[in-house]
Design a binder for this molecule. Sequence first.
Ligand code: 13P
Length: 389
Amino acid sequence: MLVDAFALLEHARRHAYAIGAYDVIDTAMLEGVIQGAERVAAPVILSLAEAHLDLFDEAALMRAVVDLAQRTPLPVAIHYDHGSSLERLERATRLGYTSLMLDASHLVLEENVAATRAAAELAHRAGMPLEGELGYVPGEEGRDAELHPGEIRYTDPKEACDFVAATGCDWLAVSIGTVHGRFRGEPKLDFARLEAVRQAAGVPLVIHGGTGLSDEQFRVLVRSGTNKINYYTALVELAAQAAAGQRRWEAMRSAAVSAIAAEVARTSTLWGAAGQADSACRFAPPLVAVEHVIYHNWTGNEAELQEMQARGIEVLGQLPGVQRIHAGYAERQDAPYRYLWTMTLANPRAMQAFREDPRHQDYANAYFRPWAAERITIDFLHLSNPESL
Ligand code: 13P
């Protein structure tokens, strides 16, 4: 089930374990991650990384991600990984993600602070936590890290304290020696720094570049206060190895799903997340979407009606957290209300921000309210677990 992502990581922080945030690029990876987490009853974060979005149809994959996240009994968050701009994050709030990351760690500190603060404001208006990054973790997921090393910039504990206070970010990705992608040899991690950052920052910490660390390094990472570990390259490598032994696509796919499930079960166990699903479900409230429904009549003419509907879809459909929007009309002419708006908002906080948004207010005052005085507006909460019916 989808749960409040703020509370999910808070549960991990209070119980001193790390949740795996596994980047997925297709439904085989998605199924493997869910199967692996279910096998060991671990809370799980399904991530889609912005850098991977040209590999697949994001909206289509997101439908599958949301659907499986709603159907599993595990507590799940859906994370937008390594977002690059406010525009991309705003779009992500409409696609079903439940937590966001802005990665401005390549910018100078003041620019990172300003961009992360704006992203946190946006995420909070949409009812979602924001992950910021301080320090620089080089490399690219899914590549050999040495090919694109850049320079590691370690997170400074004092800066981390100021960064969290100045930006309002909810989770902090830190740089203590990991790199994205496959590192040849064992990376050297600065655990003392991690512990100091944890104490200074006071928010759940995130480690990027999980691939290639030893079991012992992972254990110390979790003991030193890591609550979310991003993991990708190892999954695609194991999937590819398992698939290579097969001749046909369906056998390759099954082998890849099994390999991913096994690695997710192994890592979730290593990171202490195994067995935490029930307790996290009791702690983290289910995430419920809101259905904003308006029945109305219309005193304007037909052309004005059509313009009102078309502009509404264009303007309101672009606001943060609006996952779906429809205008409609009654099938029968004698219906007490002839016209309909229905839109799905990501959660109650997003609904409140939608009501107050000046773009919404300006549109409603100019195009809707004067000719739709006769109307009923109701906000309905979705059932949190439709599968239980
Ligand atoms: P790896 O690909 O090194 O596991 O890193 C994943 C990651 O950090 C995604 O944000």
